[in-house]
Structures are given as structure tokens and as C-alpha cells.
Design a protein around this ligand. Sequence first.
Ligand code: F6R
Length: 368
Amino acid sequence: EKGGHEYFMLKEIEEQPEALANTLRGHFDKGRVILDEQRLSDQDLREVDKVFVVACGSAYHSGLVAKYAIEHWCRLPVEVELASEFRYRDPVLDRDTLVVAVSQSGETADTLEAIRHARDQKARVLAVCNTNGAQIPRESDAVLYTHAGPEVGVAATKTFLSQLAANYLVGLALAQARGTKYPDEVAREFAELEAMPAAVHKALSTVDQVRELSRGIADSKAVLFLGRHVGYPVALEGALKLKELAYMHAEAFAAGELKHGPIALIEEGLPVVVVMPSPKGRAVLHAKLVSNISEIQARGARTIVIAEEGDDTVRPFADELIEVPAVPTLLQPLVSTVPLQVLSAEIARSRGYDVDKPRNLAKSVTVE
Ligand code: F6R
């Protein structure tokens, strides 16, 4: 049942191209993005003037990526918030607020309570969920199912990539409702998404290299992760995976923050994973990150760099270079997350831990 793999998580990592294709399938027809359930009128969607994405853990990281896409495509302000924080402040919500609740299980207690609070304030709720008929989609005004299939590993992998893809679809659905993108532009963005399962398949060719590399990190005290723009949530996800699977201290920073404190942590031999933006798509940020890497390398850090294939400018600063395929900037998290998943799973395995069942964690968190 593990399909020849030593643990389910690796099988599920390898199933990601298929999971992504399943998320996209059926959500675009006759030139339009379609949701699975919509108890909202097109008018309601058109009138949305503010978006909150609420979620926990990895789902929250998928929401951080969504912010970049939705703001860019829809010209709508987007806030992304941990569900457990959202409901205990007094967020400003009304009928024109769309709350996007992202939850694989659809049963996460904090996310459920957050949408109940939002609906009490008359906000509209759209659920992105992997589990048909779960409580969160049942209590939402619209639903987009990720259709990633069941996930056995406790740590989210293929469901995370599917959440990313579903969130992009939510962005396109809003852009089409609001008219901030012409139908042919929506169709073009969807076509870019359809090319992603093949790109993720290519990103999986890094598995052997990452396995090998992970052995050299298994005894480290800590690992830092750096990223910018959509690479920042990827860094956060990489750090979360390493904590939960390998029980290692792992922390992610927005690379621009390095000089404001975290650079003091850099010491001889400390592994630092850097998620690079595309040298073509984000040339300015790319140059700034190259400069960050040279600084930390000069202070003795061991740099592990995830970069677009053919990115030669970063090569001299990468003690280990992991190349992922070139894809549109906003979609980069779909490919750059893959080696980070393998890294944490393989470090966990080297340390002798059960990759599929990390200690103290449950697949579905139904208590607050
Ligand atoms: C991390 C992980 C968790 C979940 C979080 C939310 O690998 O799996 O952080 O992402 O508990 O779960 P859902 O998406 O079911 O609401």
C-alpha cells in the first residue's frame, strides 16, 4: 500500500502531480472557473471588497501564498490570519467581506469557530477543503474541494500543494467575477496552472539529491529558512515540516529581515535553506537574496539553495544547489516546496523517527 516506499509521506509527495491535476480537474469549464458549491450569487462575489484567509498550520501557509495572487489578480485587499487569532480579536467584517477558510480536514476547530464568528457578522464564507461533507464546507456559502485524495501521513504534503492550487482558483474566480481579468486572461492563467503537474513531476527529480544531502544535516542543532515574496511562505512551510517531523529547531525569516536581527544567529556550519525567486521573474529580489546568501556564507553558514534551473548567478554562493523548474513567479511555491518536504522527511528518517506519525500530533485537530 505504500507503493514500494518506506513511508507513506514519500508516496504522497510523489503523488503530488496527480493530486494537483485532480484539484484543477472540473474547476474550469466553458471558459470559466467553477466552484463545487456556490450558495452565493455572482453579484455577491462581485461586491466583495475585502478578503480574509483564515487557517491553521500548513493551510495558513497556503493562505499566505494566496494573498500575493489574489491581490495581484483581483486588486482586493487580503489579510491572512491564523484562525485561532482571528476569532479572538474583533475583525472588521460585513456582507462584502469574503472569508476564505482553508482546511484539509474541514474539521479543524479553530477554523470552524472562525467561520462561525464571520457568518455571525454577515461575512460570506468560502471553504477550500479536501474532505467532502465535512463541517467547515457544510457551514460555508461556497466550497471548492481540493480532491487530493486521502492523506495518510500526518504532515500535510499533497494536500498542501492542492490547497495552493485551489487558492489560485479562488483568486481567478474572484478576478472573473469582478472583471479585473478578461476571460481570455483567466483562461491563460488556468492554462499555466494546468502545466504545473508536469513541473512538479520535474521537481521530484530532486528527491535523490535531497536524500543524500539530508544525511549531512541530521545532526545539526538548528536549521534556518529564508525566502522573499512567495518564497517566504515556502520557507515557513519548510521550517514547520522540519519541526514536526524531525523535532529540530527550525525557523523561517523573510530574507529582508536578516539584517534586523536574525543574522546574529549565523555561525559556522549552521545549515541555512534559501528559497530563491526567479532571476528573470523577480530580478530585483533575486539580486537582494544573492547578496544575503553571500553575507551568510561569509559568516560560515552552510547554504542550501533552492533555485530555478539555469540560475547561474547564485551557484557560487550555494554549498548545495537544488534546481527546480522555471514556472511563473506566483506559482513557484508549487515546485519549491517539494524538495523541502523531502528534506524534512529524510532528516526525520535519519534520526530514526516515524515519518508518518510524528509525536504529539493528530491528523485532524478538533479541539482548540
Ligand atoms: C502540518 C499540518 C498541519 C495542518 C493544520 C490544519 O503538516 O498538517 O499544520 O495543516 O493542522 O489542518 P487542516 O488543513 O485540516 O485544517
